[in-house]
Structure formats: C-alpha cells, structure tokens
Design a protein around this ligand. Sequence first.
Ligand code: RI2
Length: 318
Amino acid sequence: MDRHPTVEATAEDIASMEIRGAATIGAAAAAALREQAESSDAETPEAFRAELRAAARRLHETRPTAVSLPNSLRYVLRRMDGTDVPALRSSVVDAATAFEVRLDRAQSQLGAIGANRLQDGDVVMTHCHSTDALACVEAAVEQGKHVEAIVKETRPRLQGHITARQLREMGVPVTLIVDNAARRYLDDADHVLVGADAIAADGSVINKIGTSGLAVNARERGVPIVVAAQTIKLHPATMTGHTVEIEMRDEREVVDDEERATIGGIEVENPAFDVTPPRYVDAIVTESGQFPPESIVTLMRELFGDGVADPWLDPEER
Ligand SMILES: O=P(O)(O)OC[C@H]1O[C@H](OP(=O)(O)O)[C@H](O)[C@@H]1O
C-alpha cells in the first residue's frame, strides 16, 4: 500500500491551514501515522517501516515553522519497534495514542500554571489563536476569576476571530481590534498572552507575524508578555545552532489577484511568523513550569539531550 488517503488529506489540510495551530497540527500528524499503521498491508517489517517513513515525510513537508510537527513525527517514529509487522503496527498505534494523551495533559497542566499569573479582573491582549494560551484563560475562569480580553484580529488569516469565539464560549468579555490598534489598547491590558510555534534555545519565540512588534510595544508600555507553549514547541535543532525557517505563504492571502491588478506592478510578501527576542519576553509557561526565556535551554537539554535525528529519512539519507 502507498500512503493512506488520510495521510494525504491531513497533509493537504495542514498546508491549506484547514488544520492549523501548532499543537493541533502535531496531534493531526500523529493520528495520520496511526491510520497509516492500522491500514498497512505491508508484508515485511522493512516495507512497513519504509511506508511509515514515507507518510511522515509527506506530513513533514507541509509547513516548515511549527516544530510541534517534526516533534510529533519524531515521537511516534522513534517508538516504532518490533521484529514483525503486527508488533511494529501496535508500537506505532500505541505511540500515536500516547502522544495525543500527552498533548492534552500538557495543555491542561500548562493552563493551570498560566492561570496563576492572571488575577481576578485582569485584561489580556491576545494575538492569533493559540490553544495553549486559551488554556490559561480557561483555567483562570474555572478558578472563578473574571478575565476580559482584547483580541487582535490577526491579518491576513484572521485567526483572532477563532480566539474571540472561543473566549465568548468561556463567557469572557471580548473587544476585537484591528492589529494596528494594539498599541493604543495596550494601556488597558494587564498581560499580553500569546502562543508559540517554536521556541529556540536562546529563548527566542517564533510565533505569528506581528508578535515581535506587539512585544516591543508591550515592553515600552510596561505590560508583561507571557508565552504559553507546551514543551513540544521547543525546537531541539536550535541547541546546535540551527535557525528556524520562517514560512512564506501565498501572496493571495494578502491581496487577491483582481485587486492586485488594479494597483499595478507590486511585490507582495507574506511571512507567517516572526521572531521575538528573549529580552521582550517575561515568561514562557510550559507544562513543566514557567521559565524566564533565557533558561529554557536547560529544559531543552533535559528533554532532547539524546539528539535530534530525523527518523522520517531513509537510513542511508541520515
Ligand atoms: O499550539 P497552539 O497554542 O494552538 O498554537 C500556536 C500557534 O500556532 C498558530 O500558527 P498558525 O495559525 O498555524 O499559522 C499561531 O501562531 C499560534 O500562536
């Protein structure tokens, strides 16, 4: 069997952002590997392993920035073990399921830790849509705290609308603003609360484009910047000096072809993420506790000290 249709569909949905958000992408990738394993008709262990690696490669090539995707694939493929196909299959199924359970548990632990930073009556300003960041607000609300939110709409994909909807479902009063209004409304905010697609070893935060400008403005206004990021957002390759690739997305997300033609010959750039240096970040909240950005490398060494091989590559390519 070649790639399972679910792998292909998941890959397409990640690329088109039908499936989006770093944690959600990681969970979807693990589920797709499980589907591939469950339906595999490989007759030899080698064929099974090759199939799983091919599926992981397809998922890996979809979006380059959120490290939860390779961390998810790594988690599952490293646990692929056995001398026959049934054993290999069940190791992959178990690993994918364990990964999903871990994600859920990590997010609720992180939420409880992040909620401690929020006081009754606080106002948070959000950027984009982060399930990790929202877990902090949800836990605070469940503790009985009244929290309000100023939600940046987040051009060009308007993920702020998802954030606004989910906050309303929690009963949180929401003020939606355009991105350009953020500085004006920072005076009304007690925290900037964002997620992350990747955290580098020096504590830099790679998150939705606009995060770094927001952080600089928040620092100037004296508003603390909190990043909610479970440990699958830690980018192990940055420990050895690799940089994080910033995804450039389709120009038509910024301006459609018709409008562009009326403007005349212009260049359009659409980076999906930017890098916020650690000096603009007050705390990174993970399921293992909260850290000043500069000390996140200690946690990274603990979690990824055993190396960061890419198990989706064929053995001869590694
Ligand atoms: O894992 P959670 O916290 O849900 O999301 C983390 C981050 O993923 C999103 O990226 P995109 O919308 O997929 O480009 C945002 O940048 C968000 O902060």
